[in-house]
Design a protein around this ligand. Structure first.
Ligand code: CO8
Length: 261
């Protein structure tokens, strides 16, 4: 698919940088932009040379200021449901890539923008970022997973405080409540995101995928069944060449060279 509203660049380390590129509309998510994001996430999932992704917004003002309100205003109930389902599927694809992803939140992350950020593995925010779920101010509710992911990230009480007030929080407050993992100056945001991914990508790729899957599945199925899933995934990790290399490298006092096998 040719992209007109996002940018997609993969670097030599295997990090795909996906930039939502509609800065004149504060990177608001139109339906066609969500379709481009979905295609980009499929590329990240399908290309073995790509090992991680960073999602960010063009310009220095917004990550994504939400779904496109002009488009939203014209949707019938059935169309709105379809929009919500399409966005949810695209964001779920990002969440279950089996590869780590970073939301580099470089400004406003509101409504669908915060929902996109929450579907990433971690969130790093620039000091000017503002994050919130303002949907109730527009007479709607979040539709791209906000009512589900926000309480999982920050707990029920804090999530309801944000969801019911519709108020945005500063980057510092978002950090305090665990909504973002770190706050850095805007000029350092992409560098910080890349360095974190480089550290993660030095670890065994199959183990990373199994950790991501165990956490995701476990949050869904509860502690008992989640522990069993973890034990099975642990068994799989123990059968990899990476396990042999990782344990041998430790015993031989050298750095491991993982092959992802
Ligand atoms: N949709 C469409 N256009 C937008 C959006 C948006 N979400 N946000 C900003 N824009 C546009 C503005 O209309 C403006 O365009 P123009 O220059 O043509 O008038 C341009 O971007 C610049 O914006 P502002 O002039 O408003 O910039 P300010 O610095 O004054 O304000 C704000 C910045 C505070 C971020 C302000 O733009 C704002 O409040 N934006 C809307 C935020 C919002 O309510 N987001 C939630 C949207 S609803 C949602 O996300 C639901 C998700 C789930 C949907 C599921 C089914 C579809």
């Amino acid at each position: 698919m040719a992209y007109s509203q996002i940018l997609f660049e993969a670097d030599e380390h295997g990090i795909a940088l996906i930039t939502v590129n509609r800065p004149e509309k504060l990177n608001a998510l139109s339906g066609s932009l969500v379709a481009e994001l979905r295609d980009a996430f499929e590329r990240v999932a399908g290309e073995s040379a790509i090992r991680a992704a960073i999602v960010t917004g063009a310009g220095d003002k917004a990550f994504v200021a939400g779904a496109d309100i002009k488009e939203l205003a014209a949707l019938s109930a059935i169309e709105a449901r379809q929009y919500a389902l399409r966005g949810q599927q695209a964001f779920r694809l990002l969440e279950t890539l089996g590869k780590p992803s970073v939301a580099a939140v470089n400004g406003y992350a509101l409504g669908g923008g915060l929902e996109l950020a929450m579907a990433c593995t971690v969130r790093f925010a620039s000091e000017n970022a503002r994050l919130g779920q303002p949907e109730v101010k527009l007479g709607i509710i979040p539709g791209y997973g906000g009512t589900q992911r926000l309480p999982r990230l920050v707990g029920r009480g804090r999530a309801l405080e944000l969801l019911l007030s519709g108020e945005a929080v500063t980057a510092a407050e978002a950090h305090r409540i665990g909504l973002v993992n770190a706050v850095v100056p805007q000029a350092e945001l992409l560098g910080h995101s890349r360095s974190w991914l480089h550290k993660v990508m030095a670890n065994a790729p199959l183990a990373l995928g199994l950790v991501l899957e165990s956490v995701d599945v476990g949050l869904d199925i509860g502690l008992e069944a989640g522990m069993r899933f973890e034990a099975a995934a642990f068994g799989i990790s123990a059968a990899t060449e990476d396990r042999r290399e990782g344990t041998r490298a430790f015993l031989e006092k050298r750095s491991p060279a993982f092959a992802g096998k």
